[in-house]
Write a protein that binds this ligand. Structure first.
Ligand code: SF4
Length: 87
């Protein structure tokens, strides 16, 4: 099982202040993990492994679907849509 140090804290880009990992695990809808938890924590430890060990498969898949698209992905999609409209 992938253990995490209790003291692990990082600056939250949404709140603008430090938050512990425990908070990120339960601050989403219905006490589920925050939709940004993978983006925020992958550099600190193996958060993918940790969540796979601690969530059900459904919960994990919901988390993946809840992640917002990156700006680049959104931009590429907008360009594609504009191309299709103009062709
Ligand atoms: S996972 Fe969510 S609550 Fe936690 S630091 Fe990132 S944005 Fe903030």
């Amino acid at each position: 099982m992938n253990k995490i140090p209790n003291s692990m804290v990082r600056r939250c880009p949404r709140l603008g202040n430090p938050v512990p990992f425990d908070y990120c695990e339960i601050c989403g809808d219905e006490k589920q993990p925050c939709f940004k938890i993978l983006d925020c924590w992958w550099e600190h430890f193996d958060v993918v492994r940790y969540l796979k060990d601690h969530l059900t498969e459904d919960q994990y898949n919901q988390l993946l679907q809840a992640r917002p698209k990156s700006k680049v992905t959104s931009l590429v999609e907008l360009i594609e849509q504009a191309r299709k409209r103009n062709s």
